[in-house]
Design a protein around this ligand. Structure first.
Ligand code: PLP
Length: 447
């Protein structure tokens, strides 16, 4: 069924009124897409709600029926420069006319090394860096596990409960945010050990964090499970992402750094979600003044084109010719998008994330004071988590927000995350706050 749509030029969409809902949700065209999708796609895909996007600009997303949403997901923290930023689009178009693909693994792509050079400039890892480019976050994690084992000659890797590192075998073995991601797929990669994030067993619940009395890694892992000289790496998300947008306790990342330095263990910061300006700094680790040995990037680094990176201090890149590679990793289109993304983030967008993020955080905290259904509000820059009493409440708020035209996403056991594009404007943050308040009130009234 055809639905009448008001046609808005792409250059105006970013400024258009949003949200603006013109059909029920999902609309008729969206339902058609969903029916076809249900027939042909893998049933493992965990669709959050019936959103069927057609185009986007800035922080505005339009669905196939012409409904406009305020997008506080950014394609799950990916579209850092906003949807289809004109400079990114132009760079990709120009590159597409020149060269779509040539494997940077087997030959020399100028733009591949340009991206690696830029990553060295913007990534503190305690010395000059080299990078291995991938197509995704999970491949960057895999590369780090392999390099850490190779470089140290050790087998064990420590990760944290609540962490998400991806879904390929090495990454999912490190992931410990939901047992569903691991269930029935075992045996997983041997040699992975988990510890509580920030020494807290329930880090998402500030009222009952259930802290381990001491340092779990030194006192339990090293004493009872493995000697520190058998551990290749500790892999940490500076801020838990999929696990609930949880900040580490003050000082804990520095303690991890010291522990790693003392025992010759590599500290790997998985900044796939927290990196690239999202928290107001290029990398979240910078907020705590901690320099890891390896940084993992993905999601926002190429504004929506598939790119990931393992950025390691030069002296750690001891693997030799042919030991690791990728057909597509660092493909020219993604690299072209990345170079513009770096420029935009450095020149204005990290600053905007800090400014608008701080106003959004204040607004949400004021909202929490009025609505007891909100247990906690936390975050840095435009990486903000709102904690609810349980999963069902968080889920209901997420869906009520969608019905009102605001896109947010659940995270962890009982939180909703906000990760808008870094171009989001103060007036859009204000609008989002109003909608979110309405969603919280609706869910509270229905309890
Ligand atoms: N690491 C973190 C912190 C992530 O948030 C994600 C994805 O959500 C990944 C790794 C995996 O990235 P990808 O889905 O691109 O493989």
């Amino acid at each position: 069924m055809a639905v009448e749509q008001e046609v808005t030029a792409p250059e105006n969409l970013a400024l258009a009124q949003a949200p603006r809902l013109v059909t029920e949700l999902p609309g008729p065209l969206a339902r058609g897409v969903m029916e076809r999708d249900a027939r042909w796609t893998s049933p493992s895909l965990p669709r959050a709600y019936p959103l069927v996007p057609r185009r986007g600009a800035g922080s505005v997303l339009e669905d196939v029926d012409g409904n406009r949403f305020l997008d506080f997901n950014a394609g799950i923290a990916v579209c850092s420069t906003g949807h289809s930023h004109p400079r990114v689009v132009e760079a990709v178009q120009r590159q597409a006319e020149d060269l779509l693909h040539y494997s940077g693994t087997d030959f020399y792509l100028p733009i591949y090394s340009q991206v690696c050079e830029a990553l060295d400039r913007i990534t503190p890892v305690g010395g000059p860096a080299r990078s291995f480019l991938t197509n995704s976050g999970t491949e960057a994690v895999e590369a780090a596990i392999k390099l850490a084992r190779h470089n140290t000659g050790r087998q064990y890797v420590i990760g944290f409960f609540g962490a998400f590192h991806g879904r390929s075998y090495g990454s999912v073995s490190l992931t410990a945010s939901k047992s569903l991601y691991r269930a029935t797929f075992g045996p997983l990669l041997p040699g992975i050990i988990h510890a509580p994030f920030g020494n807290r067993f329930r880090p998402n619940k500030p009222a009952s964090p259930e802290a381990f009395d001491g340092d779990y890694i030194s006192e339990v892992v090293f004493k009872r499970l493995v000697r520190p000289d058998e551990v290749a790496a500790i892999v940490v998300e500076p801020i838990l992402g999929e696990g609930g947008y949880v900040l580490p306790p003050e000082g804990w990342l520095r303690q991890l750094r010291e522990l790693c330095t003392r025992h010759g263990i590599l500290l790997v910061a998985d900044e796939v979600q927290s990196g690239m300006g999202r928290t107001g700094r290029t990398w979240a680790m910078e907020h705590w003044g901690v320099e890891p040995d390896i940084v993992l990037a993905g999601k926002g680094i190429a504004s929506g084109l598939p790119l990931g990176a393992m950025i390691a201090r030069e002296d750690l890149m001891t693997w030799t010719t042919g030991m690791h590679g990728s057909t597509y990793g660092g493909n020219p289109l993604s690299c072209a998008a990345a170079l513009v993304t770096f420029e935009l983030i450095e020149s204005e967008l990290a600053g905007n994330a800090a400014k608008v993020g701080s106003a959004l955080l204040d607004g949400l905290q004021a909202l929490a004071a009025r609505h007891p259904i909100i247990e906690d509000v936390r975050g840095l820059g435009l990486m903000i988590g709102v904690e609810f009493p349980d999963h069902d409440v968080a889920d209901a708020v997420e869906k009520a927000s969608f019905r009102r035209g605001l896109l947010v996403l659940g995270a962890g056991d009982s939180a909703v995350r906000m990760s808008p594009p870094l171009v989001v404007r103060p007036d859009q943050a204000e609008t989002a706050l109003g909608i979110f308040e309405g969603a919280c009130a609706e869910v509270a009234a229905a309890r």
